[in-house]
Design a protein around this ligand. Structure first.
Ligand code: C5P
Length: 223
């Protein structure tokens, strides 16, 4: 165990859900409290890193703000989260913890959509950009490395290990972390399945900060 294994490293984290507006008072979102991503932000600062935390709508306070080692950007839509993340992607490690909405609304209405008698409005969706895929496949760091060490997350309703392994390959990332459900959303506890080229490892049920600290130690050994 090293107390500051990420000293001098820059870490980018996306956390929380995204919110895709339908009109000024309605939207669609994903289930995510932001707790896991914020715990990783805290653990990374504790480990000596400089952290940029890009957060979707969630009520959590910025961890270790007084350390001066963490910057937070609040965003709403996936598109805006994508732009903020790309801007900050020249870093050493990227933890993509956010539950990003896969689809946004094609043409959000500027005015509240009124009831139209019995007629139910139809929504047209457009695909959102994939933040993790874009950073893993296109970003080069100044140090000349191909891209930051990318850690993806997977929350699945079934066959977690298979889906997570498939995601790791499809996104071309070295590590993916599966949330072993079913009660992780909003909970202070979690259980993680960490998959990389060497195989998989379970981090047993613990509070999210303890798990975040273990995960940061694992990742620090990889870079
Ligand atoms: O296969 P899926 O897209 O659900 O993979 C989830 C992983 O990809 C998570 O790490 C999530 O943060 C990231 N992701 C992303 N941008 C998206 C969708 C997912 O960064 N538009």
């Amino acid at each position: 165990f090293q107390p500051k294994p990420l000293k001098g490293k820059r870490v980018l984290i996306t956390a929380g859900p995204t919110f895709e507006a339908i009109d000024p008072v309605r939207g669609i979102t994903n289930l995510s409290s932001g707790k896991m991503g914020f715990a990783i932000a805290r653990a990374a600062v504790e480990a000596g890193a400089e952290v940029h935390l890009i957060a979707g709508p969630c009520e959590l306070p910025t961890p270790l703000l007084s350390s001066g080692k963490i910057t937070r950007t609040n965003v709403t839509s996936a598109k805006v989260m994508h732009a903020a993340a790309i801007q900050s992607s020249d870093c050493d490690i990227f933890f993509a913890v956010a539950a990003v909405a896969d689809w946004g609304i094609a043409k959000p209405s500027k005015e509240k959509i009124k009831r139209q008698g019995g007629k139910i409005p139809a929504l047209d969706f457009v695909a959102n950009p994939d933040i993790l895929l874009d950073i893993a496949s296109t970003v080069k760091t100044k140090a000349g490395k191909p891209h930051p060490y990318c850690v993806g997350f997977a929350a699945e309703s079934s066959a977690l290990a298979e889906h997570a392994a498939e995601k790791r390959k499809r996104k071309g990332i070295p590590m993916i972390v599966g949330n072993i459900g079913p009660d992780t959303f909003g909970s202070d506890f979690n259980q993680l399945l960490v998959i990389d080229a060497a195989g998989s490892k379970t981090l047993n049920k613990a509070d999210k900060l303890q798990l975040a600290r273990q995960l940061v130690q694992l990742v620090a050994k990889k870079i």
